[in-house]
Design a protein around this ligand. Sequence first.
Ligand code: ADP
Ligand code: MG
Length: 439
Amino acid sequence: MEKSTFTQFELKAFLLEAIEHIGFQKPTEIQARIIPIIKKGESVIGQSQTGTGKTHAYLLPVLDRINPQKEQVQAVITAPTRELASQIFEELNKLISFCPEQEQITAKLFIGGTDKLRAIEKLKSQPHVVVGTPGRINDLIKEQALFVHTGTMLVVDEADLMLDMGFIFDVDQIAARMAQELQMLVFSATIPEKLKPFLKKYLENPTFTAVAPRQVAAEKIEHLLIPLRHRDKIELVYEISKQFNPYLALIFTNTKVIADEVADRLLEKGLKVGRIHGDLTPRERKKMMKQIKDLEYQFIVATDLASRGIDIEGVSHVINYELPSDLAFYIHRVGRTARAGFSGTAATIYEARDRHALDKLEKMGIDFKHVDIRNGEWIDLGVRDKRKERKKQLDEPEIIAHKVIKKPKTVKPGYKKKRQQLIEQFVRREKRKMKKRSK
Ligand code: ADP
Ligand code: MG
């Protein structure tokens, strides 16, 4: 049988050594498919969901293609947020720390919110690889401090988010100043229609490598759905938090204001809570990332944009304070747990008005378990019924029937049968009510 290992790519020896040191046993699907393409010098669009190893899918072949003897910029790696760029830079440094001395590859990080003069100072010698946010990189090019015309490889990571955040213009300008023969490496969890003009402009005949969204990681996520039922929402988040007692949980909110409110209340209640959102100063963010790494928190309250793409290790649970307005973010959020093959749990608080969004998510293949917490225990609420929900808007909700279960995970045995019984029971009851009403 053919063995799928990193040696099959015939990468430089130091890269294989680095991978062995990092501990990757075998390439992920996107890595297996994309590394050979990039090695050949071809442009590529790599699409796969969060947590499937896109970073190394480009870092390894890009570094493989660097000629350390030429002291000029050869590759530019762009990412939409400072954290993400920093994280890529960190991964890259791990790899190049294995370079033999005579063939040292140099890399530099340029992100917004840092001292620009210091950045210009850093550019007295040009690095082989530039990593950073598009705005700052573009700035440094305009200042004539950074020379990218020699660069033949451009990575656009989290391209859909680049677009959402309005950075595509900067990326476009960077691309325009790079070498004529430009190898474009675009990575994204989704390829929205709006991104296509940009892709068409720079990628003549790109290889389009999409990995089907049915990943091992995603299948290992348990999706819990918890009705708000007119309770205090933060109180409910607290209940869920206690119930999970997670190794590390990410709590998502849609806005910074709510993120702060949730974080403050949970802190008051004595939980160890950190936060990631756009209002933090670069210094605060950096400190936060370090504290997260040092496991100082059990909970991190985050907004989508600020947290997107950041690889926080060991996230065991995700709690959605509310559904994201863009449902694609649901996938991104829950993708933060169950990374690289670990299993994880995601809990989403919902209200009656979320019904259509939930229907859509279910259509996308998400298999929710409808549960609640009663007296410190998970209870199974059976199927989320649409009619029931409509009724709920009118009067006080009631639990149709429930069975006490220890953990959501133990729902499985006999679960379907019980669920069926509950449905039947419910239907009978509804029918009786209808009859009464029509009398
Ligand atoms: P993506 O960019 O697709 O969201 P990342 O590149 O951030 O994913 O990788 C997600 C996690 O998987 C990281 O913790 C990374 O170290 C790990 N990882 C990447 N490649 C492998 C591999 N071949 N084997 C095991 N773990 C891997
Ligand atoms: Mg990524």
